[in-house]
Ligand binder design. Structure first.
Ligand code: ZN
Length: 338
C-alpha cells in the first residue's frame, strides 16, 4: 500500500487516495549494511552493468513538497495531513517508515523529520502544477555522492521508483545517488547538503583547495552541451577537413565526464554521445559506432528505464543517414576535380 498525502496527489495520479499494489518479487540485487561513515547504506549484491535495474519499489508515501503547516496546533502535530497518511499504512510499512533515519532534531514532528531526511524528489505529476516527493523503504536508504553510481526515476503509470546503475557497479560496492545538482560548485553542493547532517567525502569534495576549482569548472561544463549538429555536419561534408576532427569537442566532453567519476548529466549527455556515433558512421567505423551506441543505450536505460532507440543504432549503424558521408563527400570532390 502507498500512502498518498492529500487528494491532490490522488487526483494527479488519477487514483484513489490509497492504493494497494503488487509486490515486486524480482531477485534482490542489493542489500542494506553499515557503511564506514554514513550509517546504513545500500550495497550491490552482485556485479551490475551500467543501465541495469538494481531494484524497483512502490514508495511508502507520496506527498506535495509544499505540505500545509498548521501553526496553531501544538508542536509535533503541525502536519496532520502527513500524520494521517502515515497512520493509514500497514503496521509493517509504518514500522519501516519510522525505522528510517531522522537527521532533523529541530523538527518537533517525527513524521516531518523523517520525511525531510529521506524524501526523494519525483517532480511534477500529470495534471498538477505542484512538485512532489516520495519516501521509500529501500531508495530512501541510498546514500549521497556527487559522482553517483546510481540513478532513480519515478514511473507514474506503475506508481513505482526504479534505481538503476549509472556506472558499472561491482558486487559489495555501495550504491549512491546525488541528493543535489552535481553540476553545482563544491561550496554550493556542500551548503545544499548541510540539512542532511553529513559532510560529503566523495572524491570531488575531498580534492585539495588548489585543484577543486578545476573540478567545479568541469562540472559546469558538463551541464552545457551544444544540441545541434551544425559543426559535425560541416565536417562530414567537407573533405578538406581531417577525419580526426569529427566530434573532437564531444570526445572532450566524455573525458570531462570520466574525470568527474563517470558523471553523465541527465539530458545533457545525449547530444555529445549521438554525435560520437554519427562521426563514426560518417567514417564507416562500425565498431566505433556500436561502442558509442552501446554507451547511449546504457545511459538511456539508467536515466529512463528504456533504450531510447539506441539499441537499433547499435545493431545497424550502417542504416543511419550518416553512414559513409565522408567517403561520399571525398568521392564527389574527386569527381569535381576531374
Ligand atoms: Zn561530494
Amino acid at each position: 500500500m502507498v500512502a498518498l498525502c492529500s487528494l491532490t496527489v490522488a487526483e494527479a495520479l488519477n487514483t484513489t487516495s490509497f492504493v494497494t499494489l503488487p509486490v515486486y518479487t524480482a531477485r534482490a540485487r542489493t542489500y542494506v549494511a553499515k557503511t564506514e561513515s554514513s550509517g546504513l547504506g545500500v550495497f550491490a549484491s552482485t556485479d551490475v552493468a551500467r543501465g541495469e535495474l538494481l531494484f524497483r519499489e512502490h514508495p511508502l508515501l507520496v506527498y506535495p513538497q509544499m505540505v500545509p503547516f498548521h501553526s496553531f496546533r501544538p508542536p509535533g502535530e503541525q502536519y496532520p495531513e502527513l500524520d494521517d497518511a502515515i497512520s493509514k499504512l500497514s503496521a509493517t510499512d509504518r514500522q519501516a517508515f519510522f525505522n528510517l533515519a531522522n537527521s532533523c532534531p529541530y523538527e518537533s514532528s517525527p513524521t516531518k523529520g523523517i520525511i525531510d531526511t529521506n524524501a526523494v524528489h519525483i517532480g511534477l505529476l500529470s495534471g498538477s502544477q505542484a512538485e512532489y516527493a516520495a519516501v521509500c523503504k529501500q531508495l530512501s536508504r541510498v546514500n549521497h555522492s556527487c559522482s553517483p553510481n546510481g540513478h532513480y526515476h519515478f514511473c507514474p503509470s506503475s506508481l513505482s521508483l526504479e534505481l538503476r546503475a549509472l556506472q558499472p557497479i561491482s558486487a559489495h560496492t555501495e550504491v549512491t545517488i546525488s541528493y543535489v545538482d552535481p553540476t553545482l560548485p563544491r561550496a554550493a553542493r556542500l551548503a545544499a547538503l548541510a540539512s542532511y547532517a553529513f559532510t560529503c567525502t566523495c572524491p570531488s569534495c575531498s580534492l585539495p583547495e588548489s585543484v577543486s576549482p578545476e573540478s567545479d569548472a568541469r562540472r559546469a561544463f558538463l551541464a552545457r552541451t551544444v544540441t545541434d549538429d551544425a559543426a559535425l555536419s560541416r565536417w562530414a561534408r567537407d573533405p578538406s577537413l581531417p577525419d580526426a576532427m569529427g566530434a573532437l569537442a564531444d570526445r572532450a566532453y566524455v573525458r570531462a565526464c570520466e574525470a568527474e567519476g563517470g558523471l553523465f548529466i541527465e539530458d545533457a549527455w545525449t547530444a555529445p554521445i549521438a554525435r560520437l556515433v554519427k562521426a563514426c558512421c560518417a567514417l564507416e567505423d562500425a565498431p566505433g559506432a556500436r561502442e558509442w551506441a552501446r554507451r547511449g543505450r546504457e545511459l538511456s536505460l539508467a536515466f529512463t528505464g528504456e533504450d531510447g532507440g539506441w539499441a537499433e543504432v547499435e545493431r545497424w549503424p550502417e542504416r543511419t543517414g550518416w553512414w559513409g558521408l565522408r567517403r561520399r563527400a571525398k568521392e564527389a570532390a574527386a569527381t569535381a576535380a576531374l
